[in-house]
Design a protein around this ligand. Structure first.
Ligand SMILES: Nc1ncnc2c1ncn2[C@@H]1O[C@H](COP(=O)(O)OP(=O)(O)OP(=O)(O)O)[C@@H](O)[C@H]1O
Length: 685
């Protein structure tokens, strides 16, 4: 600590006096001309916060112009956050260059340097790159990208004063230049770590609050001082600020808080989330509407179940892509509330419980995780494929047989179970199964005992959060009533949207017509979780990439970026999304990349994770270094994760990888030394 304090760079990348002076202020007309009136042909990507266009400025410079979605209730805050943080950074080749901005009426535009190879998301997952022969990302490039991102984070965490915590490290925020060199982008969710802070408390330094700070500082001054009203000039709109920090409750936090065993609490917290998200843009106005939402969610759920019972084949991918986020949202709410219905998912513990399962220490990790998040249409309880993990091996369907069976009967939901004919094998298998289950339980118990203190602290924080949540809920209801009175007509129109299959809901955008063509990091490409539902400011980070403590306790620290970096490394190495659900029944332990990786580490076979599209053309030492490093970054306890300085050194080969905890080792040490070992130790003594 002393060393890092003494050697910490004292240069301030945040030029606190004139952060916007180096930024160009563009007129709306200029940007409109540059993009041919924001034509579709110039649209290069669509994210949760807006659409990105390619543009050529008058001086011939190629730029990327992002129009923030003004229907999103946090766009103003994200705009100011991006300008304040990214605009204030000293120039760094590892961070995408912010060139300027435009404020025109309610429109907010940000101009960046153009990155010809778009984002890592596209390079890894776009259709054209799925072909093995056409892989733009060979191993050398992948390894370099990992190093670039690590260095970019090192710049933010160690060279910036105050340190900057990115808060949303994921493939779509890693942009690639013509040489496939990576740069970190999207600082809409970033935070400055203030001196002496343990972490950034999301309640005290929320976007809303940072906005207040900004308002009083020169940024707002600059924006507000801009005069004029025509397209050529950015008008003095004063950028009126609607603070939502009190009428909005974090989804992940709500989930975490709802991990209480008290189902009543679950009911409230999750509804708070649903209400707030829906209220601001879909206009649910009264408490009956809350029920409507859930009933609707239930209908979706039940219809689907009905469909399943009615032998309707559910294609998981297609189903994901056709499911509007609003329905999915309602579904989750319905699932949580519907604790009396044995057919549906009962009111389970969320949040922390999800973490236990994700860890792989629970026996049903992947399945439960997938099931709770996606909903029962995707893995209906009637679908035997999803029960595979839960079954004793003797009850499992032999994949060879089931394949044969699929040829005969095209409806997988009607599949009868194959009985295992080989009695001896059956016995042996179930014995192994029991031993494995017991071992898992023991490990879980051991872990809980070891981290009892930590867990108690966490649950105290969660309790505090719950109390706060209740207060927010009251405030929210008052706000909602007023909102309802004011927008009575609009509400009825918008609640009508719920029934319209052409409408979709997103946290950032509210209700909008479905866009079948989604460019860039496409939510409909199966990466549901890194899009609409997760990549929102109300989520603060992206599900699967966000560290558990970030979404759990309200503190954002550098180590949260380290966790996301760990997920990113696994995604780069494996060429897979963190949560990948396919239409074909696949082994669920593979669906969750993190738990699959942990499983492979435990069995001593981590290289199985490497992207098959590389055709075995990769450096095995580098690959196993990356995977082990990722595992170190994915440790539950933030303090156990390496810091970014260490990570860069490890990647450069200047430092040894620290020993991984037992859970990633093929042979975990027993809690107490065995008798024979104790004997040996005594002899040595
Ligand atoms: N400077 C740029 N140069 C080239 N393409 C870009 C640039 N910035 C963004 N893009 C493209 O636009 C897409 C969307 O970017 P954007 O930052 O709006 O959204 P995101 O990061 O995917 O989502 P979110 O804002 O929810 O985090 C990117 O995936 C990328 O393909």
């Amino acid at each position: 600590m002393w060393y890092s304090l003494v050697h910490r760079s004292r240069t301030s990348p945040l030029d606190s006096t004139t952060p916007l002076n180096k930024l160009q202020r563009y007129s709306y007309k200029e940007l409109k001309d540059a993009t041919q009136n924001f034509s579709d042909s110039n649209s290069i990507g669509k994210g949760g916060s807006g659409t990105v266009f390619r543009g050529i400025l008058k001086d011939g410079k190629l730029v990327a112009i992002k129009i923030l979605d003004s229907t999103s209730f946090q766009y103003e805050q994200e705009f100011q956050n991006e300008l304040k943080i990214l605009g204030g950074l000293k120039s760094c080749p590892l961070v995408v260059n912010l060139l300027g901005y435009c404020v025109y009426r309610s429109k907010r535009l940000v101009v960046y340097e153009y990155m010809p190879n778009k984002s890592l998301q596209e390079s890894l997952f776009s259709e054209s790159n799925n072909n093995c022969n056409n892989m733009s990302l060979n191993w050398a490039r992948r390894f370099d990208i990992i190093l670039y991102v690590a260095k970019a984070l090192a710049f933010l965490h160690l060279e910036c004063e105050p340190p900057v915590i990115h808060g949303d490290v994921k493939p779509s925020n890693v942009l690639l230049d013509s040489e496939f060199r990576a740069k970190l982008s999207d600082f809409g969710l970033s935070r400055l770590k203030l001196e002496g802070e343990f972490g950034v408390d999301l309640f005290s330094q929320d976007l809303g609050k940072s906005q207040e700070l900004l308002k009083s500082e020169e940024l707002s001054g600059n924006l507000n001082a801009v005069g004029g009203g025509g397209e050529n000039e950015t008008p003095a709109t004063g950028t009126p600020v609607e603070s939502h920090d009190h009428d909005e409750v974090d989804f992940a936090l709500a989930l975490q808080a709802s991990s209480s065993k008290n189902s009543c609490q679950i009911y409230h917290n999750v509804n708070i989330f649903a209400l707030n998200s829906l209220n601001c843009s879909s206009g649910f106005g009264n408490e009956n509407d809350i029920n409507d939402t859930n009933v609707k969610g239930k209908e979706v759920l039940n219809n689907k179940n009905g469909g399943v019972n009615g032998n309707e084949f559910v294609n998981y991918d297609d189903d994901l892509s056709s499911m509007s986020p609003s329905k999915e949202l309602n579904l989750n709410v319905a699932m949580v509330r519907d604790d009396g219905n044995s057919n549906n998912v009962s009111a389970k513990q969320w949040g922390k419980d999800w973490w236990w399962k994700q860890d792989g220490s629970g026996e049903l990790c992947s399945k439960d995780y997938v099931k709770e998040w996606i909903g029962s249409q995707i893995c209906p309880s009637t679908n035997s494929d999803w029960d595979e993990e839960n079954q004793c091996p003797s009850e499992r369907i032999d994949p060879v047989k089931s394949n044969k069976f699929e040829k005969v009967n095209e409806n997988p939901l009607q599949e009868p179970r194959f009985e295992c004919l080989d009695g001896a094998m059956e016995k042996d298998e179930s014995k192994k199964w029991k031993v494995r289950t017991k071992k898992h339980r023991k490990m879980q118990e051991w872990w809980r005992e070891e981290h009892l203190d930590e867990l108690n602290k966490m649950s105290n924080k969660v309790n505090k959060f719950q109390i706060r949540n209740k207060k927010l809920f009251k405030v929210h209801l008052n706000l909602k009533k007023r909102f309802h009175l004011k927008r009575g007509r609009k509400l009825s129109q918008e609640s009508h949207n719920m029934d319209d299959p052409e409408m979709e809901f997103s946290f950032r955008k509210g209700w909008k017509k479905k866009n079948s063509r989604s460019l860039g990091s496409d939510m409909w490409s199966g990466d549901l979780f890194s899009r609409e539902l997760s990549s929102t400011t109300s989520m603060r980070g992206t599900l699967c990439y966000a560290a558990p403590e970030y979404s759990g306790c309200g503190y954002l620290m550098e180590k949260a970026d380290i966790y996301s970096f760990g997920v990113l490394v696994l995604v780069i190495v494996s060429g897979r999304r963190p949560l990948h659900v396919l239409s074909s029944p696949m082994k669920l332990e593979k669906a969750n990349l993190i738990s699959w990786c942990r499983h492979l580490a435990h069995t001593g076979n981590i290289l199985e994770l490497v992207d098959e599209r590389l055709n075995n053309e990769y450096n095995k030492d580098e690959a196993s270094l990356c995977i082990n490093l990722a595992l170190a970054c994915l440790q539950k306890m933030p303090e156990l994760r390496p810091d970014i300085g260490e990570i860069v050194k490890i990647l450069k080969g200047e430092m040894e990888l620290p020993l991984l905890p037992f859970e990633f080792s093929p042979s975990p040490p027993p809690k107490f030394p065995s008798r024979s070992r104790r004997k040996q130790t005594n002899n040595v003594d």
